[in-house]
Design a protein around this ligand. Structure first.
Ligand code: HEC
Ligand code: HEC
Length: 190
């Protein structure tokens, strides 16, 4: 009797029900994409051109950063006008509208291969599941990045009346974990 109870307890957590279906994985990806396509993320996740965006502020869709800001290869504007000239690296409530956002990290653009701006859901899905194009992360490390990054934290709580992604950070991390357990499916997979 004791042996049976123990066997049931051990077998319990690894039943087939625990592996989400592909459809559940794809639905979780849709939640992920609702964030990775939001201006609070895509304004920095731009490509090789290195021009950050003011999209989704009061300047209309597709507005580029004013004052000819150019991040350059350094991604911090070292070649022209450094980001830190205005985006000082200190924690801030960012309560003043139209002031440059500030966080406790050096404000900068991500590497160009992490570009999301203008990319389709399919493209970002394939990009994020592949360590070659996601900064070398496995899914656990990606979840840790979401939890720990000052950029991500700011994107979900930007202050100054800026809009936020349609789901919160907790829900995004839950969606990432579900998508990962489903085997990181993307819509056009065979
Ligand atoms: C001369 C000052 C200045 C410099 C230099 C500067 N910024 Fe900005 N940035 C601003 C201001 C001001 C805003 C806010 C605009 C607003 O809300 O009307 C802003 C906003 C932004 C936003 C939009 C944030 C959002 O709400 O989604 C991004 C992204 C950004 N900056 C990136 C950069 C990067 C990357 C660099 C360096 C390559 C940089 N900025 C350099 C002044 C500057
Ligand atoms: C101010 C610019 C900035 C903003 C805004 C920003 N990021 Fe990033 N992001 C970065 C940088 C820089 C990196 C590269 C890693 C590093 O240097 O911390 C990065 C890397 C990442 C990565 C890991 C690498 C990968 O696979 O793409 C994820 C995930 C990510 N960001 C998610 C987000 C999400 C979600 C948002 C919006 C809620 C967001 N970021 C907003 C600058 C930004």
């Amino acid at each position: 009797m004791r042996g049976i109870v123990l066997a049931v307890l051990i077998a319990g957590p690894v039943t087939a029900q625990d592996t989400p279906t592909k459809a559940q994985g794809l639905a979780a990806w849709d939640d992920m994409y609702s964030v990775t396509s939001h201006p609070r993320c895509t304004n920095c996740h731009v490509g090789k051109g290195g021009i950050p965006m003011w999209n989704g502020l009061t300047y209309g869709a597709d507005a580029v950063h004013g004052m000819h800001v150019q991040a350059g290869d350094s991604r911090v504007g070292a070649e022209t006008m450094p980001c830190r000239t205005c985006h000082i690296g200190v924690a801030s409530a960012n309560a003043t509208p139209h002031a440059p956002p500030m966080i406790d990290d050096a404000w900068r653009l991500p590497p160009a291969e992490l570009a999301w701006l203008g990319e389709s859901s399919q493209d970002i899905c394939v990009q994020l599941r592949d360590p070659e194009t996601n900064d070398g992360f496995d899914m656990e490390e990606l979840a840790t990045h979401l939890e720990a990054s000052a950029f991500v934290a700011w994107g979900f709580a930007p202050g100054a009346g800026r809009s936020t992604p349609p789901i919160g950070l907790d829900k995004m991390i839950a969606a990432l974990n579900l998508w990962a357990s489903a085997g990181t499916p993307c819509a056009n997979d065979p």
